[in-house]
Design a binder for this molecule. Structure first.
Ligand code: SF4
Ligand code: SF4
Length: 82
């Protein structure tokens, strides 16, 4: 999963781009629900939030590093395919 750092300027452009509705406004800046973020695996070749973020504040979440296989499994689970 990816995460949003405190460099976020709350510009709102990433939220509607997420195919998993993983992004929402948090207490101070936007947040990614790691349970819903597949790094866009299953939907797009590149993480859409990273593509649109103007300040490059969306790195890998070090507490939730996942392999491509794990991300595919998460996608299937979220989509109700398993
Ligand atoms: Fe959503 Fe994709 Fe960004 Fe994860 S990487 S938060 S799934 S847009
Ligand atoms: Fe924050 Fe980047 Fe999302 Fe804008 S696109 S709200 S700066 S994380």
């Amino acid at each position: 999963a990816l995460m949003i750092t405190d460099d976020c300027i709350n510009c709102d452009v990433c939220e509607p781009e997420c195919p998993n509705q993983a992004i929402s406004m948090g207490a101070e800046f936007y947040e990614i629900d790691h349970r819903k973020c597949t790094e866009c695996v299953g939907h797009f070749d590149e993480p859409q939030c990273v593509q649109v973020c103007p300040v490059a504040c969306i790195p890998i979440n070090p507490a939730h590093v996942e392999s491509k296989d794990q991300l595919w499994g998460k996608y299937r689970q979220l989509m109700g395919l398993d």
